[in-house]
Design a protein around this ligand. Structure first.
Ligand code: FES
Ligand code: FE2
Length: 385
């Protein structure tokens, strides 16, 4: 966030605290509970939100050096993301052109990928370098049997992939600024390229993927559900919200914000007192914490709308004098709060929804970020929502 914006958000938050108000959505939003459990709805979300749109894949430091690669199953699409010898990031379907085995596993650094099934070899740019039986595959045109390319990009220290092959005449580059719209300069100002990854944790809670996002989109619940963990440090039910196309940014205040009141407005430093929660549509929550970054990505299960996979990554500043134990403590707080308080309650809510007793959930005007998220889903799905 740029300095001028930091001051504006800080003063909006103080105004809300003093007036016992918060940013409001235009109206209540009613969502059908089967949006969280219906298989047809889940399929529409996978086919549209998780195929047609660029998805956030992590900060640039996930691919720190030339030759670094990561593989991921992105809602059913096996993805291979590489940084070539020229430093450029490219993405491919991680599917061998012989008989479909994944050519790379996990993550690491490589000069080439040797398919584990029969040993066909591909380079970091996805080109098929050779087959292992020259007679059996005589006449096969290597040039047209490279890995299938997916649009990708690296911008403002972030990696993006659209998990649908590059179409005829289409660019292999994701238009990051076009996709992020008004939120792009705000993210660029965070200097995300300066944060190396510290830790990654993956869990598979029995909740719909949207629940895992919802839990970050309001602080109305913080004094209640989290009263024994983070509750004492945050001002509940107070926040600013700014939508940017399908994306959004919510800012919330720590109780320590009172410390700025004695400082002249133009000199105030809100950084230690305000947490920015970026919702990168559809499935990413990037939290700009006081001194580090916490990123949650959630992916729907391929078969079961009631299940998802959630990844939490902690990135710490490159320049720091804090020991690993300090970042470990931050990781622990995130796990205790979200994975041990939000998600278990979400599992009970998912069961309640599936009981069929209630027909809808209501997002209040005081939960504008939630209203925006679900409105964005409806807009992106069009008539299918
Ligand atoms: S499936 Fe990859 S070499 Fe056969
Ligand atoms: Fe929570």
């Amino acid at each position: 966030m740029e300095r001028i914006e930091e001051l504006a958000v800080g003063s909006r938050l103080l105004g809300h605290i003093d007036g016992r108000t918060t940013d409001l959505a235009d109206g209540l939003f009613r969502n059908r509970v089967d949006a969280y459990s219906n298989p047809a709805r889940a399929a529409a979300e996978r086919n549209t939100l998780f195929r047609e749109l660029p998805l956030f894949m992590g900060l640039s430091s996930r691919l720190a050096k030339p030759g670094d690669y990561v593989t991921e199953d992105v809602a059913g699409m096996p993805v291979l993301l590489t940084r070539g010898t020229d430093g450029a990031v490219k993405a491919f379907a991680n599917i061998c052109r012989h008989r479909g085995a994944p050519v790379a596993q996990g993550c690491g650094n490589a000069r080439a990928f040797v398919c584990p099934y029969h040993g066909w070899t591909y380079d970091l740019a996805g080109r098929l370098l050779g087959t292992t039986d020259k007679v059996g595959f005589a006449g096969l045109d290597l040039g047209s049997h490279g890995l299938v390319r997916l649009p990708a990009a690296e911008k403002h220290g972030m990696l993006f992939v659209r998990p649908k092959p590059v179409g005829q005449g289409e660019s292999a580059e994701v238009d990051v600024d076009g996709n992020l719209g008004a939120i792009a300069p705000d993210l660029a100002a965070l200097r995300l390229e300066t944060y190396p990854m510290f830790s990654v944790d993956v869990v598979k809670p029995r909740i719909n993927w949207k629940f895992a996002i919802d839990t970050f989109l309001e602080v109305y619940h913080v004094p209640h559900l989290h009263r024994k963990t983070i509750g004492p440090y945050f001002i509940g039910n107070v926040g600013t919200f700014d939508g940017a196309g399908l994306h959004g940014r919510m800012c919330v205040a720590r109780t320590s914000i009172d410390a700025v009141r004695g400082v002249p407005e133009a000199e105030r430093n809100y950084r230690p007192h305000v947490i920015s929660i970026y919702q990168l549509f559809p499935n990413t929550i990037l939290i700009f914490q006081v001194d580090h970054i916490e990123i949650w990505r959630t992916f729907p299960d391929r078969d079961d709308p009631s299940r998802c996979e959630v990844e939490m990554a902690i990135y710490r500043p490159a320049e720091t004098d804090k020991p690993d134990s300090y970042w470990e403590k931050n990781r622990d707080i995130a796990i205790r709060t979200v994975m041990e308080e939000d998600f278990p309650l979400g599992e009970r809510m998912q069961i309640g929804f599936e009981s069929g007793v209630t027909e809808e959930v209501i997002y209040g005007r005081n939960e504008p970020s939630l209203v925006h998220f679900h409105s964005s889903i409806r807009a992106a799905l069009g008539a299918r929502a």
